[in-house]
Design a protein around this ligand. Structure first.
Ligand code: GAP
Length: 436
């Protein structure tokens, strides 16, 4: 994990937020390579969820919503974690933190940081939503929240989307956007953060069809992760037991990944029943129902949700792709990212800085970058330049050498196999595009 964090910073994938001020706890910024990788992951998800399907529409709802939304969704009353404080060292923990020995609030409880006994307070419930104020007056009436999930913005727009797109049930609404949670014990780099991005899809079905659609989506989502190139041996399902189920869920199953710190949730698939639509119906007074045009049945749809964190997926693809290996007696670090999500698609290198090679290599760069991101590098030995791109996850290296000026061909090196093909310049763009 340390090596991954160090690579992420060194190569411009992820930086700590406000680093020059000492950083802001568990908030992260994405650098030049990180923002490309993140954008590619989102694009791939959006393409498979929205563009390639007839039955799913996209939406982008606002982060700020009417305060009543969060009362209706029960986030105000139930989106809480039990929190304990150490009166001695002032550290805070979740009451269910496994490193706490004894019962918080009792004499036997021991602080996992300073080791004091009897200094942990009894648990009190702590709401994870960030509060802010709308307008100039900071009073209760103007208090609103930063959304802790994108899903509610989708539910309150259920009718708008259905009517404007003329979708019929079953159909889904997909959304990508920021969410905020004031996590008590965030950590493990970008795994659990206070500001994050979600890719969520709410699929509206007829009550009674929900179990079948749950099975469908939980299989689809696993397939999607495997197609992204994530090692299938490091993915598994984790069904939620009674105690684990969120307040809105009838059934939930996580797709877990074996992170360097153990098996943890990557994505959640939830059967949210008609909980959210019914609650918004009750609180807003607006009917959120569907009328079947054939049977004339009127019902409040059930929802099967797929909920994935962008940063969580980012960490999984980085961890899964990271490898160290020896090649021809030299060690190299490789990020074996799937070519479709790699931030840079090809490195362009003149073998030496003379004989017209840099000029030719730059003109190849100018041509290719109209199609996808490429990187020109003439600094250092060719081996070093290859290795710099290997650890950035760049799948191809295009080298202009002495032969190029004579026969208009370049070598294309594959990051993973190290195999080199000689490719004619007029076929180069096509050759690379096919492999991306
Ligand atoms: N709308 C349902 C929902 O939000 P969730 O299981 O709380 O369900 C869904 O979150 C996904 O969002 C998680 O599987 C994870 O990938 C991501 N996620 C949740 N909280 C996060 C946090 N604090 N930091 C990073 N990612 C988070």
């Amino acid at each position: 994990m340390e090596k991954l964090v160090s690579l992420a910073k060194r190569r411009g994938f992820v930086f700590q937020s406000s680093e020059i001020y000492g950083g802001l706890g568990s908030v992260w910024d994405y650098g030049p390579l990180g923002v490309e990788l993140k954008k590619n992951l989102i694009e791939r998800w959006w393409r498979s969820m929205v563009h390639e399907r007839e039955d799913i529409e996209g939406i982008d709802s606002a982060i700020l919503m009417h305060a009543r939304v969060w009362e209706a969704s029960e986030h105000v009353s139930s989106f809480t974690d039990p929190l304990v404080d150490c009166k001695q060292c002032k550290n805070r923990f979740r009451a269910d933190d496994e490193s706490i020995k004894g019962t918080p609030g009792e004499e036997d409880a021991q602080c996992p940081v300073c080791g004091s006994k009897g200094t942990l307070t009894a648990p009190r419930m702590f709401n994870l939503m960030f509060k802010t104020f709308m307008g100039p007056v900071e009073e209760d009436a103007s208090q609103i929240y930063l959304r802790p999930e994108t899903a509610q913005g989708t539910y309150v727009n259920f009718l708008n989307v259905m009517q404007s797109s003329r979708q019929k049930i079953p159909f889904g609404i997909a959304q990508v956007g920021k969410a905020f949670r004031n996590e008590i014990t965030p950590g493990n780099f970008i795994f659990l953060t206070r500001e994050f991005e979600q890719m969520e899809m709410q699929y509206f079905v007829k009550p009674g069809d929900d179990e079948e659609w749950f099975e469908y989506w939980h299989a689809e989502r696993m397939k999607w992760h495997k197609e992204l190139g994530i090692d299938g041996n490091k993915l598994r399902y984790h069904p939620h037991g009674e105690g684990e189920l969120a307040h809105y869920a009838k059934r939930a199953e996580d797709i877990q990944y074996e992170f360097p710190f153990g098996w943890q949730e990557l994505e959640g698939v939830h059967n949210r029943t008609d909980f959210d639509l019914s609650r918004h119906q009750e609180f807003s007074g607006k009917k959120l129902q569907y009328v079947d045009t054939v049977s004339k049945d009127r019902f409040t749809p059930y929802v099967v949700e797929t909920a994935l964190g962008v940063g969580r997926l980012f960490l999984v693809v980085m961890a899964d792709a990271y490898r160290e290996e020896a090649v021809e007696g030299e060690s190299r670090v490789v990020l074996g990212l799937h070519p479709s999500i790699a931030p840079i698609k090809a490195g362009i290198f003149p073998l030496v800085k003379k004989d017209g090679m840099p000029e030719l290599a730059r003109s190849i760069r100018d041509d290719l970058r109209k199609r996808f991101p490429v990187f020109y590098d003439e600094g250092g030995s060719i081996g070093r330049r290859y290795r710099r791109q290997d650890e950035a996850g760049t799948p191809f290296g295009v080298t202009v050498d002495g032969q190029t000026t004579q026969d208009q061909t370049v070598t294309v090196r594959d990051r993973d196999t190290l195999h080199q093909d000689r490719v004619s310049l007029d076929k180069l763009a096509e050759y690379l595009t096919e492999r991306l």
